[in-house]
Design a protein around this ligand. Structure first.
Ligand SMILES: Cc1cc2nc3c(=O)[nH]c(=O)nc-3n(C[C@H](O)[C@H](O)[C@H](O)COP(=O)(O)OP(=O)(O)OC[C@H]3O[C@@H](n4cnc5c(N)ncnc54)[C@H](O)[C@@H]3O)c2cc1C
Length: 427
């Protein structure tokens, strides 16, 4: 502690300052610390990220997540159509892991600290450059100033409130850093301050409630994720019930401004027979659905995760992509620290898009087309009955690869998709 105090007190110079200790920031900080860099990990304390918490096996393996962090294992998904037709999609020989973000994120931050990071609780408030190009990061240590809404506002998108940034400047601390990774989530202050001319990505607003799981309930299977494609629950995205062991997450997402997410969750609770279950908490947050055009400021800042807009369209899956993005940002920062060449920071976005851009594009088209009306949603759910579609969907989600070894299956799906598209297949 004394060492941290000394580092902070004397306007410390870090190799890297990582702003935000969610999956993206904690991964980037761990990677850089393991390479021997002096890293500051700054995270606003005291808020649990609203999240369904579903993670694929690829994430568990690639980012060395211990099984003890899994609160449930999901063996299949049930897709529910506008006319309440159900299609079950079992996972063959595997499972989707479910995590509680309260414990998952804290574990990731602690891993970063144990890897050698200086971990500080506080709120980022500003960034300036000195004449030598060194960045000065300003932050308000936890307990001083208030930038974030303490209690999440039900049904609203509650994250960082920009207007309060100035108010938090009282009692600021300063550290210098050669490179800064902005991983401060969907309403990134780093992006807003350092890349003001890059348009913000479009997003859906999401809201969920954590309910106490029922002991026994005909509509609830603790090893199944239910996904509802019904216009009254979400006119342009979907609603879900995800099991979390002792609790469950029941939520909806939509980009429609006037649509009440909170009322939709109440409706889903009632239609599932869950209206008597205890509500542990309710919380909302935006889900960005398109990678930003640019992730670096050309000097010393690079973005990662939700801050850079990287959540998969159609599915809203962001944890894996945040961690992958954090890793690409750390790699780019490493090259920059070694060469001093700021163009090296562009590699974070380039490499991410090379690995995942195609999947994001396909999912974006899918979301725009299939989620646009109940008629199309009905067809979409019916397509999911196809064993080829099920196998390839799970392969792509679980292992983050498009299966090239089965071109015939892809061709079959392509033609079936076309038939559905033109309404020539039965639903
Ligand atoms: C309701 C909902 C359900 C979801 N369900 C799933 C799911 O089931 N599976 C899935 O893969 N994805 C899901 N997502 C998406 C996923 O949660 C995000 O994509 C993921 O958390 C992004 O990680 P991140 O590290 O980029 O950002 P975040 O997880 O948002 O982390 C950002 C961190 O930065 C900190 N921070 C913010 N501002 C500041 C500041 N000014 N100063 C210091 N620190 C700051 C925050 O405290 C936080 O710790 C869901 C999202 C929502 C909203």
């Amino acid at each position: 502690l004394l060492w941290v105090a000394r580092m902070l007190g004397a306007n410390a110079v870090f190799d890297a300052a990582v702003i935000g200790g969610g999956p993206a920031g904690a991964t980037a900080a761990t990677d850089l610390a393991r390479r021997g860099y002096r890293v500051l990990l700054l995270d606003r304390a005291g808020r649990i990220k609203p999240c369904g918490g579903a993670i694929p096996p690829k994430l568990i393996e690639e980012f060395e997540i211990p099984e003890s962090l899994l609160v449930a294992r999901v063996r299949g998904a049930r897709m529910v159509s506008p006319t309440s037709k159900c299609v079950d999609m079992p996972i063959e020989g595997g499972y989707v892991g479910m995590v509680d973000r309260e414990h998952f994120d804290e574990w990731l931050r602690e891993r970063a600290r144990l890897s050698g990071c200086v971990r500080v609780a506080g709120t980022f408030t500003g960034l300036t450059y000195d004449s030598a190009g060194l960045a000065t990061v300003e932050f308000s240590p936890a307990g001083v100033g208030r930038v974030c809404a303490g209690a999440p506002r039900i049904g609203a998108v509650a994250d960082c409130i920009p207007a309060d940034l100035a108010a938090a400047r009282e009692g600021v601390e300063r550290v210098s850093a050669r490179v800064v990774i902005g991983a401060d989530g969907a309403q990134s202050s780093v992006a807003r301050l350092c890349l003001p001319n890059v348009p913000k990505p479009p997003h859906v607003a999401a809201y969920h409630q954590i309910l106490r799981s029922p002991q026994q309930h005909s509509a609830y299977d603790p090893s199944r994720c239910d996904v509802f494609y019904q216009g009254d629950l979400s006119p342009d995205f979907y609603a879900w019930i995800f099991p979390h062991g002792e609790t469950l997450s029941i939520g909806v997402g939509s980009a429609h401004k006037g649509f009440s997410l909170r009322r939709a969750v109440t409706r889903l609770r009632a239609q599932s027979g869950f209206d008597q279950l205890e509500i542990v908490r309710g919380e909302g947050a935006p889900i960005p659905l398109k990678p930003m055009r640019r992730w670096d400021d050309g000097r010393a800042v690079v973005l990662a995760g939700d801050a850079a807009g990287v959540v998969a369209p159609a599915s809203g899956e962001g944890i894996y992509y945040a961690m992958a993005g954090g890793r690409y940002a750390a790699d780019a920062a490493d090259t920059f620290l070694q060469t001093g060449d700021a163009t090296a920071l562009r590699a974070a976005r380039r490499n991410f898009m090379q690995a995942h851009g195609r999947v994001f594009f396909i999912l974006g088209v899918m979301q725009r087309f299939w989620y646009s009306s109940d008629k199309r949603r009905e067809r979409f759910v019916s397509i999911c009955r196809d064993p080829d579609v099920q196998r390839l969907t799970w392969e792509a989600y679980m292992h983050k690869r498009l299966v090239r070894s089965r071109p015939l299956a892809h061709a079959r799906i392509f033609f079936k998709d076309l038939l559905h598209l033109f309404g020539m297949a039965r639903t």
